[in-house]
Design a protein around this ligand. Structure first.
Ligand code: KG4
Ligand code: ZN
Length: 336
């Protein structure tokens, strides 16, 4: 079965085509257009600009897929209906409406968060057939991205309970805003990771809500970090080395908070597996810290190119929700 997935929730335009047979998957095509350069001067995503870029990129990326694949063979279209930015979602909706009518296909509405957690099932970025990894339930599942820091316990893929989420900023948002305070551009996560590798010492930063169950809070940490940066600047000490040290301290603090909570939840819910997904899960230090903190539990991360938003994840989540396929006119978007 062939599924074409379309992602336009935020600032990545993604079209991904997969073939699936029982428990095996093959990546046929993965077209992605990043808008990083467009939003960089603003230090964050500008919704109207993002929508305009999606409108431009979608037909362009689609044409690339069409050039090498007979699209009549596609069985279903899958489309990420939210959560996300409304103008971006509407740009995607307009495109999918036309496409579904032209191809006469049903559309599977995909929850963007689900696309992140299913992404761990693909082991390799190869165009060969590969088996899905097998997950033992119950599993503790984290989606940690620019918009979300949400923790679930899954009894199976179809039975889950949200046990915690951020009460303010998401972890990725905190990285992005703190990177902006350091003048590092958008998105902050990858640049913070790069600089952290050169750090020589750590600053001590607060860990808000550490003791409060499974809720997260990163706004207080962000404010403390930005204040610290202002203080250092005032004394003229914000040199390259200090920026590196600040980057390392910030990501270490965020990761320690997350790992502390997940360690507690993994004991409380006696989970057999950990799944960590979403853009921030691309971070190598994060992965190392997890494995060191919880060596006894199998832990799955997406492979790097599937950690951040893309069309393959949407197609994959579509495959696990085939029964919700509908006529395109029934598709609604959900920003929240
Ligand atoms: O999942 P994603 O692509 O989009 C959302 O659904 O939000 O996640 C984007 C977030 C951004 O905040 C970005 O800074 C962060 O993921 N990110 C990283 C890394 N790569 C992306 N954070 C830390 N380390 C990375 N290597
Ligand atoms: Zn995402």
């Amino acid at each position: 079965m062939y599924i074409l997935g379309i992602e336009t929730t935020c600032d990545e335009t993604g079209l991904g085509l997969i073939e699936v047979k029982e428990n095996r998957v093959k990546i046929i095509d993965n077209q992605l257009s990043s808008q990083v350069k467009i939003h960089q001067p603003y230090g964050g995503v500008v919704p109207i600009l993002a929508a305009r870029e999606h409108e431009k990129n979608l037909p362009f990326l689609f044409k690339r897929i069409k050039n090498s694949f007979e699209l009549e063979k596609v069985d279903y279209l899958a489309f990420s209906v939210g959560p996300g930015l409304l103008p971006s979602l509407l740009a995607g909706k307009k495109f999918i409406q036309e496409l579904a009518k032209n191809l006469n296909k049903k559309v599977i509405p995909v929850n963007h968060l689900s696309a992140h957690w299913y992404s761990v099932l693909i082991r390799k970025k190869t165009q060969q057939w590969q088996k899905f990894i097998t997950i033992n339930f119950p599993a503790l599942v984290l989606v940690v991205s620019g918009g979300h820091t949400t923790l679930y316990v899954f009894k199976s893929w179809n039975e889950r309970r949200k046990i915690g989420e951020t009460v303010d900023d998401a972890a990725g948002e905190c990285l992005d805003k703190c990177a902006r305070a350091l003048g590092l551009g958008y998105p902050g996560g990858p640049e913070i990771e790069r600089r952290a590798k050169m750090a020589k010492k750590f600053f001590s930063l607060p860990k808000p809500l550490l003791q409060k169950g499974y809720q997260f809070s990163f706004a207080g940490l962000k404010t403390a970090f930005i204040d610290l940066v202002s203080q250092i600047k005032k004394y003229g000490k914000l040199d390259e080395g200090t920026v590196n040290d600040l980057c390392a301290s910030l990501q270490k603090t965020i990761f320690e908070i997350i790992i502390y909570k997940m360690k507690k939840a993994s004991r409380d819910f006696k989970v057999k597996t950990l799944i960590v997904s979403g853009g921030v899960s691309a971070n190598q230090t994060f992965k190392r810290m997890f494995k060191k903190a919880m060596p006894e539990i199998p832990i799955y991360f997406p492979q790097k190119s599937l950690a951040t938003d893309n069309g393959i994840n949407i197609a994959l989540a579509g495959y696990f929700n085939l029964s919700s396929a509908v006529e395109v006119d029934k598709i609604e978007v959900f920003p929240r």
